[in-house]
Design a protein around this ligand. Structure first.
Ligand code: BGC
Length: 761
């Protein structure tokens, strides 16, 4: 067994390394007891401080203000510094120049990959492939940990039913069951299966934003949230809880309020639910300036809100420096007590211990590893495969896709020629010059077999203000100085010469993500006009749609023959898009969110309640729950997505008509690939609890399987249904299943299902 070698201010702390199990816990506790007995209050408070990295990001470690703070023992960790040498230098200051030599923890928003970037999380969710998501997170961990990062602010598992909210792109979509599976896959990918011991190529996850951040009123970022406890427990909490159960090492508090108290100061949320009900044992960090913002929320000055955050159960203060600057005073005036500071400090030190930082503070800073393990061919191949899996074929009239590598292919649209736009929001560590543009990807794929013509066609939008507002992080697409008419004429000329036109349109990557709410979620105006003009030419048009959120696509669905939704698919996006366009990969993605017809329908989600006046058909009916001017249905339902082949579902067969809470039944459906090529279908199981003590959703996802069938092949697909799939939180928040009738629905989308029924005795 290796020995802990860290010298803490002259004292050699020698003990066996931490290992899973009680003796491991005992070793850790002994180590931390001993360390804490030597810490001053101010050093303890220093561990709770996670400042912005400031000058250190530019490599000026030694002379920066932060360096001084680190020497003083006022810093517990830093985040979003890229570069193994930079991180090493800063760690050296902490270890060699602070009194106790406590190593820093280095975090980063490694949200969908490090340098090898995978699809944005919403795209990953669209794969419905938990192995792929675990693999993507594993690769992210391997790369980040080789570059000095041992902590990632991911997964983001905020259920989001309002696509106006830009952060829909960073999450898992609208469904708690799918979201929970994804939360687990992310955590296992980052941390492995043993949350108490990290290998040197694993990193600690941080599930966020706890809680309910995705339910911001009006889809406006950072806005107020207010919801019933039933909804929290049944619909919004499950993915956070799943991450905790998978062993996630840390949790990030959300910006919003919950029940009138900001999450960051909400003791019920941070302690009663998170720790007492779910048994979370890691540490909780605020979001960026989360403590400071509580002064704007209006619940007190910095000292007051810092004390409230600590008492609620927050352990680390990101950027506000509220803990650093006020806790000593609060201790003196008995606003907080010693135990509360000790508790938070211990949790932060435990995380560092589990990460092995006391054993070797440079464990994640190996320049050789950084050279060998980042952006490797193997990782890029995986990213390409997973990117292609994330695409959702929304429409494909007359099998226009896949295309053949022949003739003349016109490519039109302002998104076809950008590399910076490909990876998607929060690609903090990505080299934005590395991705290919779509045009380059196409040219490479067709070689001399076909001719590729390109015209930009339009700017992103006529609205220059909007364009400026979402121009960030070097990911803007500069405006073209030509007039709209000139650009359009060029595009129409290209179209006239082409056998097929690929229109690469949609959002730029920074139109979704943080602080990117939109009140109108159509394809931006200038591009929509371009698309309409292209469609009017009568040429076959394939819309390659870039987006970080559901868009309103009613017109497009009616008029454009083929639509492939590619989200933002990471560094290998161009290659993956080309793989699918030419049919080297058969698309299999399914929507993890509903695509509404217009913004007025929002929030529109598949697992809604029935109401007392449900609409029975799909036409307007007076005195029913519907609109005068738009149907209740979406353009594309949750779970929807086409393939280049076709799948047929047989009837749902149940192994029994009744079951007991201790028993189970099997639901079977015959799936047949009736098309001409191999394909993968995501078979989805939904259940409806027909009568309950509280109202229940009209359907809830309760299982899914990716099934690959050759042309003409059939297979029985089975789901086991037991009480765990029937349970919900009742009015008193007890987790129960109630006797009565249940409907079982199986199909390839939430609105295309075959039904059967059973009763629970
Ligand atoms: C975001 C978080 C992110 C943090 C650190 C905040 O603005 O809300 O999701 O992890 O910044 O970069």
């Amino acid at each position: 067994m290796k020995k802990t070698f860290l010298i803490l201010s002259g004292l050699l702390l020698c003990g066996s390394t931490w290992a899973a199990g009680t003796s491991g816990d005992a070793d850790m506790n002994r180590f931390i007891d001993s360390l804490m007995s030597r810490m001053t209050f101010s050093e303890k408070i220093g561990q709770l401080n996670l400042p912005g990295a400031g000058d250190i990001t530019t490599g000026q470690a030694k002379n920066s203000d932060i360096a001084g703070q680190i020497r003083q023992g006022n810093v517990g960790g830093l985040f979003n510094i890229k570069g193994v040498e930079k991180i090493r230098d800063v760690q050296r200051i902490a270890v060699e120049e602070s009194r106790l030599g406590i190593p820093l923890i280095f975090g980063m928003d490694v949200i969908h990959g490090y340098e090898t970037t995978f699809p944005i999380p919403l795209g990953l969710a669209a794969t419905w492939d938990m192995e792929a998501i675990e693999r993507a997170s594993r690769i992210a961990a391997v790369e980040a940990s080789a570059a000095g990062i041992c902590w990632t602010f991911s997964p983001m598992v905020d259920i989001a039913r309002d696509p106006r909210w830009g952060r829909v792109s960073e999450g898992i979509g609208e469904d708690p069951f799918l979201g929970s599976a994804i939360a687990r896959a992310f955590v296992y990918g980052y941390q492995g299966r043993d949350p108490k011991h990290f290998a040197d190529d694993e990193i600690m996850g941080c599930v966020k934003h706890y809680a309910l951040y995705g339910a911001a009123e009006a889809g406006r970022d950072y806005n107020t949230v207010d919801m019933s406890r039933q909804r929290m427990y049944n619909e919004y909490f499950p993915p956070y809880k799943a991450a905790v159960e998978a062993g996630v090492g840390s949790v990030m508090a959300s910006f919003n309020e919950v029940d009138g108290v900001p999450a960051t100061a909400n003791k019920w949320l941070m302690t009663d639910v998170l720790r007492d009900q779910w048994g979370f044992g890691g540490f909780v960090v605020t979001d960026y300036t989360g403590i400071m913002e509580m002064t704007a929320h209006g619940i007190g000055d910095l000292q007051e809100v810092s004390a409230r955050a600590l008492k609620a159960g927050i352990d680390m203060d990101m950027v506000s420096e509220g803990f650093l600057t006020t806790l000593e005073e609060s201790l003196a005036s008995k606003k907080v007590d010693v135990e509360e500071i000790d508790r938070a400090c211990r949790r932060v030190l435990e995380a560092k211990y589990k990460l092995g930082l006391f054993e070797d503070p440079y464990r994640y800073c190996d320049p050789q590893r950084a050279k060998e393990r980042i952006f490797t061919e193997e990782h890029r191949n995986e990213a390409r495969r997973i990117a292609a899996e994330s695409f959702v074929l929304l429409k494909n009239d007359n099998d226009l896709l896949p295309l053949r590598r022949k003739g003349t292919i016109g490519v039109v649209g302002p998104l076809a020629m950008s590399r910076e736009n490909m990876p998607g929001t929060w690609s903090v560590a990505t080299d934005l010059q590395k991705p290919r543009t779509l045009v380059e990807g196409l040219q490479k794929a067709v070689g001399k077999k076909a001719r590729i013509l390109y015209a930009r066609g339009s700017n992103i939008t006529h609205n220059e203000e909007l364009e400026k507002n979402c121009t960030m992080f070097g990911r803007d697409i500069p405006r073209d100085g030509r007039s709209d008419r000139e650009m359009l004429d060029e595009a129409l000329q290209i179209a006239a010469q082409s056998d097929v036109v690929i229109a690469a349109l949609g959002e730029t990557s920074e139109m979704s993500g943080e602080s990117s709410s939109r009140s109108q979620i159509a394809i931006p105006d200038a591009q929509q006009e371009l698309l309409q003009a292209l469609v009017a030419t009568g040429k076959p048009i394939v819309l390659v749609l870039f987006t970080g959120r559901p868009l309103t696509l009613e017109w497009e669905n009616e008029h454009v023959p083929s639509i492939l939704n590619v989200w933002f698919a990471g560094t290998e996006a161009a290659e993956a898009i080309v793989d699918v366009l030419f049919g080297d990969v058969n698309p299999s993605g399914k929507l993890p969110v509903t695509f509404p017809r217009n913004e007025g329908q929002i929030p529109l989600f598949y697992n809604h309640k029935n109401t007392g006046r449900p609409l029975l058909g799909d036409r307007f009916e007076k005195f029913r729950s519907n609109y005068l001017d738009v149907p209740n249905t979406p353009v594309y339902a949750f779970g929807y997505g086409l393939s280049y082949t076709q799948f047929e579902y047989g009837d749902v067969r149940l192994s029994a008509g009744e079951m007991t809470p201790e028993g189970s039944i099997t639901a079977t459906v015959r799936l047949t690939n009736t098309g001409k090529r191999e394909g993968t279908e995501v078979v989805q199981l939904y259940i409806r609890d027909v009568v309950g003590s509280t109202t229940r959703p009209v359907q809830e996802l309760k299982g899914f399987q990716r099934v690959t069938l050759k042309a003409g092949e059939s297979r029985d697909v089975q789901f086991t249904i037991d009480a765990s799939l029937l349970k919900f939180y009742n009015y008193d928040l007890e987790y129960v299943c109630e006797p009565g009738e249940f409907e079982v629905m199986i199909g390839g989308a939430s609105n295309a299902v075959h039904k059967a029924a059973f009763s629970l005795k």
